[in-house]
Design a protein around this ligand. Structure first.
Ligand SMILES: Cc1ncc(COP(=O)(O)O)c(C=O)c1O
Length: 433
C-alpha cells in the first residue's frame, strides 16, 4: 500500500493586529481632574507621537543640506499644508506659524494698511482687544447673536458713510479706507458661539475684511475659512491638544506681504546688501517667521489637525454636548451657583461654563477644588475683563443675589473629559453651599 503524504499546510492564523492607540486620546495624570481645557488643553497622543517620531531627526529647518535638516524642512512645510487644509485655507492664503493666538493677532495688527479701522466687540479676549491701533471701534457686548449682526451692520454702514463724506471715495470709484472686523468664534468666558458666517457676510457687504479668533472654536468644531468667507483666522496649538508652543495666522497674503516683517532677522530676507538698509524682505510666510522656527510645535499642531480631520466630529460634538448639558443642568440645580452668560441660555456653545458661588471668593473656591478634590478649574476674569465684569453684574441682577464675588470660576471640557469628572465637580460645588 502506498501512502501519499500530503503535507498539511499550517493554518494561517495571523496574530490579531495590535489595537491602534486612539490619536485623540489625551495624556494626563491619574486622579487629577483637569477641567481647564480652555486655558491649555492636555496633549493628544497624536501630538506626542509625532514629536517622539521626529525627535531623533531633529535638526535645522530651512538652513541645512544634511539629510536630517532636509527631513525637518519637509516636515515643517508639510505641517503648514496640513494646517492650511484643516482650516479650509484658500490656495493663495498664507499660513504663518506663530507662538499662539496672541502672537497671530499682534502680527495681523502690525500688518494693517495705514488708516485701517478695526471693529471689535467688547466681549473679546484681551488678545483680540489690545493689539488694535488707536481709533479702533469697540461695539458693546450684544444681547444675542442676531443683535451682534445688526450692530456690526449699522457700525460698518456708518463708517462707510463717514469715510465717503470725508474723502469722496467710493462715489468716485476709489475704494474706501480699509476696515477689519475682528471677532471671536466662541467666547472663552461663556463658550457661546458667535455667528461668524453672518458677521462675515455683513463684513463683505461693506467691503470690510474679517478676522476670526478661533482659539476656543477650533478645538470644538470644524472651521472652514473659505466656506465661511473669512479673511483671517488665528488659533493656538496649546488649546488644540498640541502643547509645543505653536499657533498660526492664516489668511490673505496681500496685507502680510506689503507689511514690514513682524520680526527682522534671518530667514525673512531674500537679499541683504552691505549698506545698512539694503535688504529685500521675502514674501510669503517666511517674511514674518524670522529666526529658527518651532519645528516641533508646528509638527505637533499638524498631527492633531490630521487626527481631528479623520475623526467623526459629529460624534465628538455630541459627546461634548452631553457633558456640557450635564454640567449646566447640574449647576442650574445648585441654588448657590450662578452661571454667567451673554446670550440666551439655549444659545449654541462649546464646552465652557463660567459661574460664581454666591458668598464665596472665587480664588478660594478654585484652591479648595484643587486641594480637597483634585479638580483644576480657572478663576479670575479670564483675560476678558470688560466682558467678565459685565456678566458678573448681569448675573447679580438676574439671580437677585447681592453676595456674588467680583471674579468668577470657569470649567472647560474637552477630549477625554468624562461624566464622572463633571459629576465630581458638581458634588464638590454642592458641598460649598
Ligand atoms: C478666545 C481667545 N482668544 C485668544 C486667546 C489667547 O490665546 P493664547 O494665550 O494662546 O495666545 C485666548 C486664550 O485663552 C482665548 O480664549
Amino acid at each position: 500500500m502506498t501512502v501519499t503524504l500530503v503535507p498539511t499546510l499550517p493554518t494561517l492564523s495571523r496574530p490579531p493586529a495590535p489595537a491602534r492607540p486612539d490619536p485623540l486620546a489625551v495624556l494626563g495624570v491619574p486622579g487629577e481632574i483637569n477641567l481647564d481645557h480652555a486655558a491649555s488643553a492636555p496633549c493628544a497622543r497624536a501630538a506626542a507621537d509625532a514629536v517622539a517620531e521626529l525627535l531623533p531627526w531633529y535638526a535645522s529647518v530651512h538652513r541645512g543640506a544634511g539629510a536630517l535638516s532636509r527631513r525637518c524642512t519637509l516636515a515643517y512645510e508639510r505641517a503648514r499644508q496640513t494646517v492650511a487644509d484643516f482650516v479650509g485655507a484658500r490656495p493663495d492664503d498664507h499660513v504663518v506659524f506663530t507662538r499662539n493666538t496672541t502672537d497671530s493677532v499682534n502680527l495681523l495688527a502690525r500688518a494693517l494698511p495705514a488708516g485701517t479701522t478695526v471693529v471689535t466687540f467688547a466681549g473679546e479676549h484681551h488678545a483680540n482687544l489690545l493689539p488694535w491701533p488707536r481709533g479702533s471701534v469697540r461695539l458693546p457686548v450684544p444681547a444675542s447673536p442676531a443683535e451682534a449682526v445688526r450692530a456690526l451692520d449699522a457700525a460698518l454702514r456708518e463708517l462707510r458713510r463717514v469715510d465717503a463724506s470725508r474723502s469722496g471715495a467710493v462715489a468716485d470709484g476709489r475704494p474706501g479706507l480699509p476696515v477689519l472686523v475682528a471677532v471671536t468664534g466662541a467666547s472663552n468666558v461663556t463658550g457661546e458661539r458667535w455667528p461668524v458666517a453672518e458677521l462675515a457676510r455683513v463684513a463683505r457687504r461693506h467691503d470690510a475684511r474679517i478676522l476670526v479668533d478661533a482659539a476656543q472654536l477650533a478645538p470644538h468644531a470644524p472651521v472652514d475659512l473659505a466656506a465661511l468667507d473669512v479673511d483671517y483666522l488665528a488659533l493656538s496649538g496649546h488649546k488644540l491638544y498640541a502643547p509645543f508652543g505653536a499657533g498660526v495666522l492664516v489668511g490673505r497674503g496681500d496685507w502680510l506681504d506689503a507689511a514690514p516683517p513682524y520680526l527682522a532677522g534671518g530667514g525673512a530676507t531674500s537679499h541683504v546688501g552691505a549698506a545698512t538698509h539694503e535688504v529685500h524682505w521675502a514674501t510669503g510666510p517666511a517674511r514674518h517667521e524670522a529666526g529658527t522656527p518651532n519645528l516641533l510645535g508646528a509638527v505637533a499642531l499638524a498631527a492633531v489637525c490630521t487626527a481631528l480631520a479623520a475623526a467623526d466630529r459629529d460624534a465628538l460634538h455630541a459627546r461634548e454636548r452631553a457633558l456640557l448639558t450635564r454640567l449646566r443642568d447640574g449647576i442650574a440645580a445648585l441654588p448657590h451657583v450662578v452661571e454667567l452668560r451673554t446670550f440666551a441660555a439655549d444659545a449654541p456653545r462649546v464646552g465652557i461654563v463660567s459661574f460664581v458661588v454666591a458668598g464665596r471668593d472665587s480664588a478660594e473656591v478654585a484652591a479648595q477644588l484643587a486641594g480637597a478634590h483634585r479638580i483644576g478649574v480657572r478663576d479670575g476674569l479670564f483675560c476678558a475683563h470688560p466682558l467678565a465684569r459685565r456678566l458678573l453684574a448681569e448675573a447679580a441682577t438676574r439671580s437677585g443675589r447681592r453676595d456674588l464675588p467680583p471674579t468668577a470660576l470657569r470649567a472647560s471640557l474637552g477630549l477625554g473629559t468624562t461624566a464622572a469628572e463633571v459629576d465630581a465637580l458638581l458634588t464638590a460645588l454642592a458641598t460649598l453651599a
